[in-house]
Write a protein of this length. Structure first.
Length: 172
């Protein structure tokens, strides 16, 4: 059965996986990037994650709310965590110096594997894949992963905002 799954997977899926791996590897090394650029990956991965929930919501559109709540709660938790000491904003150049991390690679691959498994499971067991329990669990899973991306980006936005307006940070 595993052989059938892999041989029946369209080529574009493997190309997408290769591109996602390359994207994840680019996050491993220390780098300087604009705030706009560090916003793109989270937005793309949140959209990639959300499509799984939207496609699988079927008879249970309320699971979209579950996804949103999981995303928001996880983002708030991640936002409270500290940035790496190597990460800082250079106001003169408008660039962020970001410490390399394997976390984006892990998140990217987890979302990809989750979407792949969901697609396979939906073909093999469509009645289970469309049940309220299953769609709720997948919404929680994808929402939490999206929340990590959102929270990590929000920490950088907060860093830039604090550098541009130190008075606002002191008041908070």
């Amino acid at each position: 059965m595993l052989t059938q799954i892999f041989t029946h997977t369209p080529v574009w899926v493997w190309v997408l996986l290769a591109a996602l791996i390359a994207l994840g590897l680019s996050q491993v090394r220390d780098r300087e990037v604009s705030l706009k650029r560090v916003t793109i990956l989270p937005l793309v991965m949140i959209a990639f994650s959300a499509t799984s929930v939207m496609q699988n919501a079927g008879k249970h559109p309320s699971v979209v709310l579950v996804w949103l709540i999981a995303c928001a709660v996880t983002a708030m938790l991640v936002l409270r965590s500290q940035l790496d000491s190597k990460t800082h904003y250079q106001a003169s150049s408008g660039m962020l110096s970001i410490a390399g991390s394997w976390v984006p690679m892990f998140l990217i691959l987890t979302i990809f594997i989750g979407k792949f498994a969901l697609a396979v499971f939906s073909k093999v067991q469509p009645e289970v894949a469309q049940s309220l329990n299953f769609t709720t669990a997948s919404a929680l899973f994808f929402g939490a992963l999206s929340g990590v991306f959102l929270g990590r980006a929000a920490r950088l936005w907060k860093l830039v905002a604090s550098a541009k307006s130190p008075i606002l940070v002191q008041a908070a």
